[in-house]
Design a protein around this ligand. Sequence first.
Ligand SMILES: Cc1cc2nc3c(=O)[nH]c(=O)nc-3n(C[C@H](O)[C@H](O)[C@H](O)COP(=O)(O)OP(=O)(O)OC[C@H]3O[C@@H](n4cnc5c(N)ncnc54)[C@H](O)[C@@H]3O)c2cc1C
Length: 269
Amino acid sequence: MEKAKDLKIAVLIKQVPATENVKINPETGVMMREGLDVEVNPLDLHAIEEAVRIKERFSGGPQVTVLTMGPPVAAKAVRYAISMGCDGGAVVTDRAFAGSDTLATATVLAEALRKLGPFDLILAGERATDGETGQVGPAAGALLGVPVLTYVSKLELQDGRLTAERAVESGHERFSAPMPALAIVIKEINVPRLCTLGGKLKAKKTEVRLISLADLGLPVESVGLRGSPTKVVRVRYPQVTRRGRKISASEDFEKAVGELEHFLAEVNG
Ligand SMILES: Cc1cc2nc3c(=O)[nH]c(=O)nc-3n(C[C@H](O)[C@H](O)[C@H](O)COP(=O)(O)OP(=O)(O)OC[C@H]3O[C@@H](n4cnc5c(N)ncnc54)[C@H](O)[C@@H]3O)c2cc1C
């Protein structure tokens, strides 16, 4: 077994509504999350799985810490990651974070990573199924000033370096970067495991730390709506209209084709 003395890994995970049908408040432009069931962002399960696989691959037990920014109930997401094999985790939570855009979110996460770290490797998912910008991982890496590898489908660590295969349109690229580094994984990288009963019991007993704005020491203007240069100006849903008509060809085929021709000409203006 390879050795990885004192290797520290962090995984960024987001708790998201357990539905693809997220509604936006048309007045405020903010996501309406009330009353929705939540789960760990499905793409983040691959980041958790990869961290746990690295932990299992190396002797000397690399420590895997899970980090999420969200309401205190996001501790449930952290516990889920612990039940998959991570060692511990924290929720960065404060009312002042409400309304944070991707830059403000990344600012908070980067500062929390600095406080809990330093980490040799930070893993994140490709995108969150609710916000879907894919910006938070790269932004956090940029704020920390570490190399960022995106679309990672294979990951190897050796001698303080990280080598990654990146899935691109034309195939795969191979990159290498010194650690500390941040890697954004895609779902092709692995198949996330299911939680074991032992994992669930461990997760129940593990304390999940809550980290506030004061703990981070960030100025209040750098987080929440005030720290968010993105402003939702207007939210508009595309109109789905189906002007369908049933045309039967069972009795008079020629007539049905004529009717269809006429209908298509009418629909296409
Ligand atoms: C003006 C504005 C106001 C907003 N106000 C609110 C609001 O009031 N409440 C609200 O909930 N959202 C709000 N949002 C949405 C919020 O900015 C995004 O949900 C958040 O920044 C994450 O972006 P994303 O969902 O696109 O994640 P992505 O960038 O798609 O996520 C990529 C990866 O980054 C990591 N990641 C993302 N978010 C987190 C997180 N929170 N913790 C840990 N890791 C994470 C995960 O690994 C994830 O797979 C607002 C957005 C804007 C533009």
